[in-house]
Design a protein around this ligand. Structure first.
Ligand code: NDP
Length: 263
């Protein structure tokens, strides 16, 4: 039985939960495979490292998702639209790139939103905006500064900064900024957020493993909070479908990963 190796590439990488999630699956369903982590410092070396390690597949995290898109031979599905790849799979001599962050996020929504507000305009926002648009969900993108909104505007999205923002009724508000990740800040002033957060609104934060100030405010206002844990598991489960060539059901993979990372 030949061993198949997988890894996650990022910088930093020590905090990544991907080895835990994927090894929980491999141990149970596919013992010929194992999954490690690789601290990549030089983006130009992503592909050569992947090949030198003899990997069958990999996940790519901050800050290499756009580099992975450029270095793969073919990007499939929504990865082509976003220009960002978080999953690489070797198919014979070719490297195929996928983006599972986008469908991973969408699969975790419990109801179909009528109108969404996306806070932030970084790499994660690109994936979330693309999948919301693919599902025809009306969307406004709000960012604290102008520069990163430009590329969204060119793609036809509605965008605003706090200065130009007109409050509206949204039933899904997603924090895709890194505010609250390693500090105690809200993504926007309390006075802007408070009127938007109330009963009937889902407040979704892509950050996982903590109650961010955004989620704390949402709870205080009676909105329904949802953190990034399920998204983290779902994007990993969708990657694992590619790694295991669809031999196992998404439900069985998801169940194993939920057990490995309890709420
Ligand atoms: P980027 O660096 O690409 O973008 C950061 C965004 O956050 C920018 O819009 C930036 O605004 C904004 N921002 C940063 N700090 C603040 C602040 N203090 N107040 C307001 N806005 C701020 O980051 P990513 O998109 O790659 O990642 C964003 C978050 O998503 C991270 O916390 C990451 O951990 C999380 N994530 C979670 C995943 C999951 O599976 N749960 C998957 C992927 C990411 P500006 O343009 O003005 O600088």
């Amino acid at each position: 039985m030949s061993l198949r190796q997988f890894a996650v590439f990022g910088d930093p990488i020590a905090h990544s939960k991907s080895p835990l999630l994927h090894n929980s699956l491999f141990l149970e369903l596919d013992p010929s495979a194992s999954y490690g982590r690789y601290h990549l410092r030089e983006s130009s070396e992503l592909r050569t490292r992947f090949e030198a390690l003899g990997l069958s597949g990999a996940n790519i995290t901050v800050p290499f998702k756009e580099v992975a898109f450029k270095q793969c031979d073919e990007a499939r599905g929504i990865a082509r639209e976003i220009g960002s790849v978080n999953t690489l799979v070797r198919e014979e001599d070719r490297l195929i790139g996928y983006n599972t962050d986008a469908p991973g996020f969408f699969n975790t929504l419990r109801t179909t939103p009528q109108r969404a507000l996306l806070l932030g305009a970084g790499g994660t926002a690109k994936a979330l905006a693309a999948i919301l648009r693919a599902h025809k969900i009306p969307l406004m993108i709000l960012n604290r500064s102008e520069a990163r909104l430009e590329s969204f505007r060119l793609q036809g999205y509605s965008t605003a900064t706090p200065e130009s923002f007109t409050p509206d009724s949204f039933d899904l508000i997603i924090n895709s900024t890194s505010a609250g990740l390693s500090d105690d800040s809200l993504p926007f002033p309390r006075a802007l957020l408070e009127p938007l957060l109330h009963a009937g609104v889902v407040a979704y934060d892509v950050i996982y493993g903590k109650t961010t100030p955004f989620l704390a405010l949402a709870k205080e206002r009676g909105a329904t909070p949802q953190d990034g844990r399920e998204m983290l598991i779902e994007q990993a489960a969708l990657s694992a479908l590619h790694f295991t060539e669809h031999r196992f059901s998404l439900e069985s993979i998801r169940a194993l990963m939920h057990r490995a990372l309890p709420a």
